[in-house]
Design a protein around this ligand. Structure first.
Ligand code: UGA
Length: 491
């Protein structure tokens, strides 16, 4: 099928590359000329495991191209996806300026029937507004349909999530549009849920809010564990073993960040207030998230006493592992909190250093070139993002390099007993040494490598045998190779 995708950010680019990979002809449109030029020269502006290979492969196969012209995209496609940013306003509501602008631009060049698909995360009833706008600005009265098709891609696992979705949600109010959308997703062999447009829009906000609620819930329980000597990892296993609850998104830590959860929860709260049904539960989710970082800082202060002039190493700056995205990163907020208190912070992130430097996100921080360099002479190490690379660092060398071997593990990456045996003073989130068994056990009861917390793994990118064109298996499109190993992480 011929598909245009407007917006080549995280969502647009991953979606475009994956659609091309299953055999569709995809035109990615972006108004940033430099980005279009870079992409046309094979330079990928973001780090996302597996994405570069997919883009290069599909550009070479002529299934994927990049342009700055919306008209070219709309003229040469049956379906037009909108994947532009929906940034937050100061009051938490969503700024829909880019969506409205793209709707007007599509209207101006629309000459025959197209399905216009909203992929960006938007408040309920946005689809109706997009349809009104296109109708108003299209001079030739062309027939079209607006569909909502929310994305459920986690950064760092986005390619896998798109190739092997749990479900595909299509919110369509017309049979004609639905039939076209089903053809788009036929090669993915995944369950398709059909709803009306408003329900599909709501599914996205409700899903992200629920996941954030799970995180805040376990973080609130972690505070009780710290106060009572219970162990949050065991409590999470115990809760998560109940199939009705599930273990995922019950990892206690410094709180959620990133470009989605904080923004989407604020937006959901704002919409609920606008329609007169205020969602107070989500306000508490936000409060717990904020308090989690404050509690962590308090524990640092309680242990180190004065933070001023203390040499603190921070491992991790991105909002989660396997991405270079530093937007709304709790790690960055924490570094800035420490700097404000006068600490001398040396930070290291496997992928985030460059962005932090370019955008000057942590003025006063010293950026190290490796995890070991960061801990040299440090009086404390804070682990803020659970990159697997940090699990592989020789902890004996870390201890020897540090001035005083104190570790604050903000993501419970390390095993408390192992750390104690190595001579560290160790603080995790919601865990106490008293309850540490000395070996970490995964959910099957098996001991895990090096006493580290078990990292859940991505399911890996779809197997090549599942990739098809027009429903037929296509083994000429190589799929799996090394991408699944790149996706390994906290997925
Ligand atoms: C999230 C959703 O998971 C996706 O389904 C959704 O499509 C996406 O937002 C979006 O709206 O575009 P993402 O923000 O990329 O994806 O990353 P997550 O893996 O959900 O993590 C979000 C934050 O929660 C991170 O800061 C992470 O460290 C934190 N987290 C996650 C926890 O603190 N504990 C957990 O158990 C899980």
């Amino acid at each position: 099928m011929k598909i245009a995708i407007i917006g080549s950010g995280y969502v647009g680019l991953v979606t475009g590359a994956c659609f091309a990979q299953v055999g569709h002809e995809v035109i990615c449109v972006d108004n940033d000329e430099r980005k279009v030029k870079a992409l046309n020269h094979g330079r990928i502006p973001i780090y996302e495991p597996g994405l570069e290979q997919l883009v290069l492969r599909n550009v070479a196969a002529r299934r994927l191209k990049f342009t700055g012209s919306i008209e070219y995209g709309v003229d040469n496609s049956e379906v037009v996806f909108i994947a532009v940013p929906t940034p937050p306003r100061a009051d938490g509501s969503v700024d829909l300026t880019y969506i409205e602008q793209v709707a007007r631009e599509i209207a101006a060049v629309l000459k025959e029937y197209r399905v216009i698909v909203d992929k960006s995360t938007v408040p309920v009833k946005t689809g109706e507004k997009v349809a009104d706008t296109i109708r108003r600005y299209n001079k030739v009265n062309v027939d079209f349909d607006v569909v909502s098709n929310p994305e459920f891609l986690r950064e760092g696992c986005a390619v896998t999530d798109l190739m092997e979705p749990d479900r595909i949600v299509i919110g369509a109010n017309s049979e004609r549009a639905l039939a076209i959308m089903e053809k788009v997703y036929e090669p993915f062999l995944a369950p398709i849920m059909v709803t009306d447009v408003n329900s599909a829009e709501l599914i996205k906000h409700a899903a992200n809010s629920f996941l954030a609620l799970k995180i805040s819930y376990i973080n609130a329980v972690s505070a009780i564990c710290e106060a009572t000597g219970a162990d949050i990892e065991k409590v999470a296993e115990g809760i998560g073993a109940d199939k009705r609850i599930g273990r995922s998104f019950l990892n206690a830590g410094l709180g959620y960040g990133g470009s989605c959860f904080p923004k989407d929860i604020a937006a959901f709260i704002a919409i609920s207030e606008l329609i007169g049904e205020p969602f107070h539960l989500l306000q508490e989710v936000q409060r717990i998230n904020q308090r989690q970082r404050e509690r962590f800082l308090k524990r640092l202060r309680d242990t180190l006493w004065v933070l001023k002039e203390k040499r603190i190493a921070v491992w991790g700056l991105t909002f989660k592992p396997h991405t270079d995205d530093v937007r709304s990163s709790v790690a960055i907020d924490l570094v800035n909190d420490l700097i404000r208190e006068g600490a001398r912070v040396t930070a290291y992130d496997p992928k985030g250093n460059q962005r932090v430097q370019e955008l000057d996100l942590c003025p006063g921080v010293h950026l190290a070139n490796s995890a070991l360099e960061a801990v040299q002479d440090a009086e404390t190490l804070v682990l803020a993002t659970e990159w697997p690379e940090f699990s592989d660092v020789d902890l004996t060398e870390v201890r020897d390099r540090m001035h005083t071997p104190i570790v604050f593990d903000g993501r419970n990456l390390f095993d408390p007993a192992t750390m104690r045996d190595l001579g560290f003073q160790y603080f995790g989130i919601g865990r106490s040494l008293a309850n540490s068994s000395g070996t970490n056990q995964n959910s099957n009861g098996a001991s895990t490598h090096g006493g580290l917390r078990p990292l859940q793994e991505c399911r890996g990118i779809a197997d090549s045998s599942r990739v098809s064109r027009g429903g037929k298996t296509d083994r000429s499109v190589p799929m799996k190779d090394s991408i699944s190993s790149l996706c390994r992480g906290n997925c």
